[in-house]
Design a protein around this ligand. Structure first.
Ligand code: SF4
Ligand code: SF4
Length: 422
């Protein structure tokens, strides 16, 4: 095991390989508040990559209803329980979120999946703490769809009196998931064949199908369960981050990097994907006007999914406003209160950056703001709040303008002669 710095945990941690960081890192932000579980993303991925014989149970992109749903079933509860058993009562964070880029969420004092494995009765038998899901746990990707948590002690029914913010008494939310193309991938760490690699140019994690012998060590190790075994080829497969699109090799891209298929298909406009600049020490290089850098490191509204697992996932989520904070804290770490507060009352820049989601399929490398006139004043949770019609301009890799859009969306009224266009 080599010591590596995990900035999401605010500390060094043990990992089987010495640190090596890509020039840029594939990363994404999903705004849970906007997801409508239409599953367009899921089907876009399925129809592109996993429509063949032997892949019937394989959903590289999925959307599950939390807290009960999961693909495979109970994946997160199971690994959380394993960690708790390995380190009873010790899976805690210390300190509080601040401005230290080496520890923006405080310090995680518990054990990661790479560390907790040493506490197993037979240390050395595995490199990563994990488990292999049973075959039937992969069968129902959308199990418990739309099932809410009831009020304490009540059955799982909707609240007849209705609900209001900040926390709903009955709640659920949709968690959209793909492989996180982690900075310290558990799948890669566990593979005895060395068949899994992380690309130096964009940090995408791939399985070399020629090298893989289907031992399923990656399936067992990935805490997010995003490496999946295929019986008819006897190999494991996983999300490839639509790498031909990222490389600008899609016929529609004109050589420019395009976002993945699941991002491009998103009806709810919850998804934004990018390629963030990395420093030599594995932290994100300062890139103030990159929208992902802004959302994660400046506005701090987007948080990593289960950072305590230790893989440094590159998927970030704007947490849902109506869900009890202790549940969100477990899922996204200590930055939750700050993120919710910021999202509920966005400042001028955040409101403008939120308009960048899904106006184009091209990857945005930089944005610029142009201030516009005041639209109106109001109050949110007793605080004054002013909305301006600012313009936000998105630029591509080569500095060309991709699009510009405004905070106030233009209203289009269908002319009477086209009232029914169907
Ligand atoms: S999410 Fe899982 S499969 Fe994807 S890179 Fe991380 S450990 Fe590997
Ligand atoms: S396409 Fe977008 S809105 Fe629809 S389920 Fe997927 S993430 Fe949610």
């Amino acid at each position: 095991m080599a010591p590596v710095h995990n900035w999401q945990l605010g500390r060094e941690m043990a990992y089987p390989y010495a640190p090596a960081y890509p020039e840029r890192q594939f990363a994404f932000v999903f705004n849970i508040n906007r997801c409508i579980a239409c599953q367009s993303c899921t089907m876009a991925c399925k129809s592109t990559w996993t429509f063949s014989k032997g892949q019937e149970h394989m959903w590289w992109a999925n959307v599950e209803t939390k807290p009960y749903g999961g693909y495979p079933q109970s994946w997160d509860v199971k690994i959380l329980e394993q960690l708790e058993r390995a380190n009873p009562g010790g899976q805690v964070w210390r300190g509080s979120p601040g401005n230290d880029p080496q520890a923006p969420y405080g310090r995680f004092e518990g054990q990661t999946i790479f560390e907790a494995v040493e506490r197993l009765p037979e240390p050395g038998s595995s490199r990563v703490l994990g488990y292999l899901p049973a075959d039937d746990e992969w069968n129902s990707p959308n199990i418990w769809e739309d099932n809410p948590v009831g009020q304490r002690g009540a059955p799982r029914t909707y609240d007849a009196e209705g609900v209001s913010l900040p926390t709903h008494k009955t709640w659920f939310f949709y968690l959209a998931r793909i492989c996180n193309h982690c900075s310290y991938p558990a799948c890669l760490a566990a593979c005895p064949r060395g068949a899994i690699y992380k690309r130096p140019e964009d940090g995408i994690v791939l399985i070399d199908q020629e090298q893989c012998r289907g031992y399923r060590k990656c399936v067992e190790a990935c805490p997010y369960k995003k490496s999946i075994y295929r019986g008819n080829t006897r190999t494991s497969e996983k999300c490839v981050a639509c790498y031909p699109r990222i490389e600008g090799r899609d016929p529609e891209s004109n050589g420019q990097p395009l976002e993945t298929r699941c991002m491009a298909a998103c009806i709810g406009q919850i998804r934004m994907q990018g390629l963030v600049k990395m420093s030599r020490d594995g932290t994100w290089a300062e890139d103030r006007y990159n929208p992902l850098y802004y959302l994660v490191h400046v506005a701090k509204v987007a948080l990593p999914l289960y950072p305590q697992f230790g893989t440094e996932p590159n998927g970030y989520y704007i947490p849902p406003r109506w869900v009890p904070v202790d549940y969100l804290h477990q899922m996204f770490g200590p930055g939750v209160e700050q993120a919710l507060e910021r999202y509920a009352r966005p400042d001028r820049e955040l409101l403008a950056v939120l308009q960048l989601f899904r106006r184009s399929n091209r990857i945005i490398f930089r944005y610029e703001l142009q201030e516009g006139p005041k639209l109106y004043e109001t109050t949110i949770a007793g605080h004054p709040f002013t909305v301006y019609n600012d313009t936000v301009i998105a630029y591509g890799r080569d500095g060309d303008e991709i699009f510009r859009t405004q905070v106030d969306e233009p209203l289009h009224v269908r002319p009477p002669q086209h009232q029914n266009s169907i």
